[in-house]
Each structure stands twice: as structure tokens, then as C-alpha cells.
Design a binder for this molecule. Structure first.
Ligand code: SF4
Length: 97
């Protein structure tokens, strides 16, 4: 007798195993969707260090991460989740006090 479900069951087990293997990585890093916007970083001369007393944590465009020291996002760098709170770019605008 021919068993047509065997390949799909095997594929399901393989995919399921890969998914389970990824869970600890996500749990450990907490940054499963880390991404950068290279073209905007280049255009705005982004750097991972402050410029004098100007840094992303003090910029009104910054979208903070979970903790103050975590990397976050930026309103002018769509899709970028790796903006350092200690970073800087030429679009810096002081956060209102
Ligand atoms: S605009 Fe520039 S300085 Fe401001 S949060 Fe975004 S990357 Fe940082």
C-alpha cells in the first residue's frame, strides 16, 4: 500500500524541529527580528557612538528598547531595530524636556 502522507509528515516534523530549535535562540537574545536600515544609516551618517553630548537617547526620533541600555528604533530609519541609545546621526533633534 502506498502511503502519500509520509513525505508531508516528515516535512512537518523537520519544520517543527527547526522551529523548536529556534526558540532558545529567541529566548536568549530577545532580538529575533533585529534589522538595520543600511541606506538610511549611510545617508544620515549614523554612528554607534555619541557626538559630544548628543546621542540617540536624547533625540526625539529615538524609539527606546525594553531597557534604557537596549538598542531600539528610530522614526527616521524605518525597519531598523539596532539603534544604540549611545548612537548619533545628522538628523538628531533634541528631545523636548
Ligand atoms: S534621528 Fe539619528 S540621532 Fe535621532 S534617534 Fe534616529 S539615529 Fe539617533
Amino acid at each position: 500500500m502506498h502511503n502519500e502522507s509520509a513525505p508531508s509528515r516528515r516535512r512537518f516534523v523537520t519544520i517543527g524541529g527547526a522551529s523548536l530549535a529556534a526558540i532558545p535562540l529567541v529566548a536568549l537574545t530577545g532580538r529575533a527580528f533585529a534589522a538595520t536600515n543600511a541606506s538610511m544609516r549611510t545617508a544620515l551618517k549614523y554612528q554607534d557612538r555619541p557626538s559630544g553630548d548628543k546621542d540617540c537617547a536624547g533625540c526625539m526620533q529615538f524609539i527606546p528598547g525594553s531597557k534604557p541600555t537596549d538598542r531600539g528604533g528610530c522614526k527616521v530609519m524605518p525597519g531598523d531595530t539596532e539603534i544604540s541609545p549611545k548612537g548619533y546621526c545628522t538628523a538628531w533633534v533634541a528631545k523636548p524636556k
